[in-house]
Design a protein around this ligand. Structure first.
Ligand code: BYC
Ligand code: FE
Ligand code: FE
Length: 474
């Protein structure tokens, strides 16, 4: 069944039959649009962009592509189809029917999680708002805006839950979503990574690779939730999310490809020679990777977390792909954690698995991150270059959890503060790196043309050719 786009707020939740909810959301809608105009993509609001819009929850043919202006994109509320008589899949309530309403004792916890999830969505749009001015091609410009409108829709997904299930508190939280802003000193976004500026396209690709992938794992965890409307909304969001990670993955691949070409032309891997040719040297890409990977690891929370144990026990938040595990109760199981000891070394601490759920999810995330690196490294090896990207240790540059604020090198070794400071310029993007990357950021707006620091995509969007005019300026 296709969504009805005649409605003011397209939805598959029967909004027309719930007048007070419909009124509340219609009251929030103009505030969202004001936010989009003020904090969303700077300019380009009159451009025609080749965007996909969700049109049904069927797995096949769920989206339609066509040219439209961003303010005319229809942000809607779409939940995956209900599973008939779905039951809770883990924790102390396992086997009982999933909740269609929120049990009173879980209200505050669920609200907090939904607010935290929702807050990241508009945050990312704010972080990316200036990137349209320096897109390396129309293809990339279109992808940026696709990601932006869908993150806007993900905000709608959470705002729907807040309005529908949390009454007045929910409405207040929904208003606050538009009042906090990324990087705002007085009212920042909730989670650290979402206050980091994204001022260049390399950072955008790293963010969509590493940080949207946190989104994937958190949404998968919430898709397991006993609270069925949350589960269903996350399941549909995951479908859109795949493209965001694709943008990051292929973006980084294309940067690497262009660099390898320039290395062959220059017969050199020297950063100076490569910068003369206007490409990004591999060690610098590794520094950007170190930054965004380590920042994204913090988004999983502390490795030993009583919050996480409580979420699991109550059925509020599970593990990604919970059905793949043999033990859904985890009352006896433990997990060994490496934590700092008093003497500046590393010691193993064994904690109940329920308390280590954040760490279990982070480990799954790290394995997923590594797959892209393996592909990029294959391209580097095929070019005969002796270099390989590596994920830094999860102990490196953490601000949350056992290793938060510790001096650790990318290999995971605790080091002195002096050694750490001395190492930083080779571990994280330097001011010089940032200035260089910024100097490459010049818009390319001719169809089929591409900036010199990145290779063209292998194929276009939705079967269109690469040189298709993905954005027509109005
Ligand atoms: N920054 O007990 P802990 C996405 C706080 S991305 C700042 O370990 P818990 C997207 C924590 O809140 C997915 N604070 O926490 C991607 C807690 O505070 P309180 C977003 C942090 O609850 C790209 C304290 O530290 N979704 O969708 O086990 C573009 C103790 O920590 C941070 C979600 O996050 C941090 N990084 O786990 C667009 C899902 N980390 O209680 C979109 C919902 C932790 O002491 N959120 N803290 O005040 C959650 O499930 C949990 O809140 C967390 C934290 C996993 C984030
Ligand atoms: Fe999202
Ligand atoms: Fe995303």
């Amino acid at each position: 069944m296709d969504f009805d786009y005649q409605e003011r707020i397209p939805n598959n939740v029967g909004l027309a039959d719930n007048k007070s909810l419909q009124r509340a959301l219609e009251h929030w809608q103009p505030r969202f649009l004001d936010w989009w105009r003020e904090m969303g993509p700077s300019d380009f609001q009159t451009a025609d962009i080749y965007l996909r819009t969700a049109t049904s929850v069927d797995t096949k043919g769920w989206a339609t592509f066509g040219k439209l202006k961003m303010p005319d994109y229809r942000w809607g509320i779409f939940l995956a189809e209900p599973e008939s008589s779905r039951r809770i899949g883990f924790g102390d309530e396992m086997g009982k029917p999933a909740w269609q309403q929120i049990p009173g004792e879980h209200r505050t916890t669920l609200r907090r999680l939904i607010v935290t999830q929702g807050d990241t969505e508009p945050a990312s749009v704010e972080q990316q708002r200036l990137l349209g001015h320096t897109a390396p091609s129309l293809y990339d410009l279109r992808n940026l805006f696709q990601v932006n409108v869908e993150e806007g829709r993900h905000l709608w997904a959470m705002v729907y839950l807040l309005h529908a299930y949390f009454g007045r508190d929910g409405r207040e939280e929904a208003a606050e979503m538009l009042a906090r802003h990324s990087g705002d000193v007085n009212k920042p976004r909730i989670l650290s990574t979402f206050n980091e500026p994204i001022e260049d396209w390399l950072s955008f690709f790293m963010f969509t690779y590493f940080t949207d992938r946190d989104g994937k794992f958190q949404l998968k965890s919430l898709a397991e939730s006993a609270f069925d409307p949350l589960s269903r909304t996350c399941r549909f969001m995951l479908r859109e999310e795949a493209h965001h990670m694709f943008v990051g993955d292929t973006g980084i691949s294309r940067v690497v490809k262009r660099t390898l070409e320039a290395m062959a032309e220059a017969k050199s891997d020297g950063p100076a020679a490569l910068r003369q040719r206007g490409v990004m040297d591999l060690p610098m890409l590794q520094r950007y990777l170190n930054f965004w990977f380590s920042s994204s690891l913090d988004l999983f929370g502390a490795e030993n977390s009583s919050n996480a144990a409580a979420y699991f026990a109550s059925g509020i938040k599970g593990r990604p792909d919970e059905e793949d595990f043999a033990d859904h109760l985890c009352t006896e199981a433990t997990m060994a954690l490496e934590v700092p000891d008093a003497a500046g070394g590393i010691v193993t601490e064994t904690v109940p698995l329920r308390n280590a759920m954040n760490e279990a999810t982070r480990a799954a995330y790290i394995r997923d991150c590594a797959m892209g690196l393996a592909r990029w490294n294959k391209a580097i090896a095929s070019a005969g270059i002796d270099f390989a990207f590596a994920l830094p240790s999860p102990r490196f540059r953490r601000t949350i959890g056992a290793w938060g604020g510790r001096f650790v090198d990318p290999a995971g070794r605790p080091v002195s503060e002096a050694a750490w400071r001395a190492g930083m310029p080779s571990w994280l993007p330097t001011d010089e790196d940032k200035a260089y990357v910024k100097s490459l950021m010049r818009p390319v707006t001719e169809p089929g043309k591409i900036a010199g620091w990145i290779a063209p995509p292998l194929r276009g969007i939705d079967g269109q050719p690469v040189e298709y005019e993905y954005v027509t300026f109005g």
